[in-house]
Design a protein around this ligand. Structure first.
Ligand code: SAM
Ligand code: SF4
Length: 328
C-alpha cells in the first residue's frame, strides 16, 4: 500500500500520455498552442506499462488516461489493451475531448475501459467553437451518443466561465434529464499556458450550485463515492446526476488519493505542485523495479497537505503551465 505522510491511502494515478492536442480550449492553452515536449522525451508505452505494473503491485488500483488529447498519440488503442490486461489494475478510465473516438467506443468498452469523461463546455455550436477554437462540436456530440449507445459509464466535464458559457449551465443540466450521465461543473483553474488569469474566480462551485438550485429547487445531495472530487446531487425525475468540482477552491484535498504523471514522466503529488521527481529519468538510468518503487514511496512520503501548501512550495512560484502538460 502507498500511504502518504498525512495518512492518505494513494490508490489512483492520473497518467497524461501526451501534451499534444487538436483543440485549443482557451482556458487550457493559447491559440498558437504550447511548446510540445520532444517525442523522445515522452514516456514510451513500454515505460508507462512498466511503471503501472510496479504501481499496481503496490496498491494502485485505478488509472485515468488523460493528456493533451490521449487519442492523438499513435498506438493508443493497442496501449490501452495492454494496460487493461495488467493484473491488479481494477479500473482504467479515460478523459477525452471526444473528437477522435467516433466509431471506436465499442472497442473501448470491449477491452474493459471502466468509464469515460467527455469534456464539453457548451452545447451551442458557436460557443463550442469560441471556447475550443475548432469546429468539432458535431463530432463530440456524436461521440456522446455513441458512449450512451454502448452503455459506457459517462461523465461530462464542463468548466464554467464568466462571459463564456454561463448560458449553457441549465441546458447542460438538462442533458442529465433523459441521459444516465453525470454532468460535472468544474471551477476554472489558472493552468492556461499563459499565466494570465483574473484575481478572483466568479463562478465558484458554490455559485454554480446556487444558480442551478434556483432553477431546480429539488436539487438534492447524494452520498459521494469515497475520495470523490465532485460533490454530487440528483434532481427528481432526472436519470443522471449533477456534480460540482471545486478545483480552484480546493475543497477536497483532505481526502486526496491520487498522484499524477506528466507526459515526460514527472511525478506530481498534487495538481498545484510543479513536479517532485522524474520517473522516466530514473528508469532510463537503469533503476530496478525496487528502486523505482522506493523513489515513488519517498515522494509520497513528503506530500503537501493540500493544494495551497503545494502551490506555496513551488520552485516556479506562479502557475502558468497548460493543463495539457498535466492532464487535469
Ligand atoms: N484533452 C482531454 C480533454 O479535454 O478531456 C484531456 C485533457 S484535459 C487537460 C483534462 C480536463 O482538464 C478537461 O476536462 C478540461 O476541461 C480540464 N481543464 C483544462 N484546463 C483547465 C482549467 N484551466 N481549469 C479547469 N479545468 C481545466
Ligand atoms: Fe485540449 Fe483538453 Fe486542453 Fe481542450 S482541455 S485544449 S481538449 S487538452
Amino acid at each position: 500500500m502507498l500511504i502518504d505522510n498525512h495518512n492518505r491511502n494513494i490508490n489512483y494515478v492520473r497518467l497524461a500520455v501526451t501534451d499534444r492536442c487538436n483543440l485549443r480550449c482557451f482556458y487550457c492553452m493559447p491559440e498558437e498552442g504550447i511548446k510540445y515536449v520532444k517525442r523522445d522525451e515522452l514516456l514510451s508505452y513500454e515505460e508507462m506499462l512498466r511503471m503501472m505494473t510496479i504501481l499496481s503491485e503496490n496498491g494502485i488500483e485505478k488509472v485515468r488516461i488523460t493528456g493533451g488529447e490521449p487519442f492523438l498519440r499513435k498506438g493508443m488503442f493497442e496501449f490501452l489493451e495492454q494496460l487493461t490486461a495488467i493484473d491488479g489494475l481494477k479500473q482504467v478510465h479515460i478523459t477525452t475531448n471526444g473528437t477522435l473516438t467516433k466509431g471506436k467506443v465499442s472497442r473501448l468498452k470491449e477491452m474493459g475501459i471502466s468509464s469515460m469523461n467527455l469534456s464539453l463546455d457548451s452545447i451551442d455550436k458557436q460557443r463550442f467553437f469560441d471556447i475550443t477554437r475548432r469546429d468539432e462540436f458535431e463530432t463530440v456530440m456524436d461521440t456522446l451518443d455513441e458512449l450512451l449507445e454502448v452503455g459506457m459509464p459517462t461523465k461530462i466535464n464542463c468548466v464554467v466561465m464568466e462571459g463564456q458559457n454561463t448560458e449553457d449551465i441549465l441546458p447542460m443540466v438538462a442533458l442529465a434529464k433523459d441521459k444516465p450521465i453525470s454532468v460535472r461543473f468544474i471551477e476554472e483553474m489558472p493552468f492556461n499556458g499563459t499565466g494570465d488569469h483574473p484575481e478572483t474566480l466568479v463562478w465558484t462551485s458554490a455559485k454554480t450550485k446556487e444558480f442551478i438550485q434556483n432553477a431546480h429547487p429539488g436539487l438534492k445531495k447524494i452520498v459521494d463515492e469515497k475520495n470523490s472530487t465532485s460533490a454530487n446531487y440528483i434532481i427528481p425525475g432526472f436519470k443522471g446526476s449533477v456534480g460540482f468540482i471545486a478545483a480552484y477552491s480546493r475543497l477536497f484535498c483532505g481526502t486526496c488519493n491520487r498522484i499524477r504523471i506528466t507526459p515526460q514522466g514527472m511525478m506530481k503529488t498534487c495538481l498545484y505542485d510543479d513536479g517532485v521527481f522524474n520517473v522516466r529519468d530514473i528508469m532510463r538510468n537503469g533503476a530496478t523495479d525496487q528502486e523505482v518503487l522506493l523513489a515513488i514511496q519517498s515522494a509520497i512520503g513528503s506530500r503537501a497537505k493540500d493544494g495551497f501548501e503545494a502551490e506555496q512550495n513551488r520552485n516556479n512560484r506562479f502557475v502558468s503551465e497548460s493543463m495539457a502538460t498535466i492532464g487535469g
